[in-house]
Ligand binder design. Structure first.
Ligand SMILES: [Zn+2]
Length: 40
């Protein structure tokens, strides 16, 4: 299992995600940050 380290686009925290996970594509550490990041 290879994980990539990403920086959340919303809160700036680093988090690990599997490259195939939605988080890796979206760049958000959590659904909450994804919502905030998209301004929903
Ligand atoms: Zn975040």
């Amino acid at each position: 299992m290879a994980f990539v380290t990403l920086t959340c686009n919303t809160c700036g925290d680093e988090f690990g995600a599997h490259p195939s996970a939605n988080a890796a594509e979206n760049g958000y550490c959590s659904p909450h940050c994804e919502t905030d990041g998209k301004g929903l």
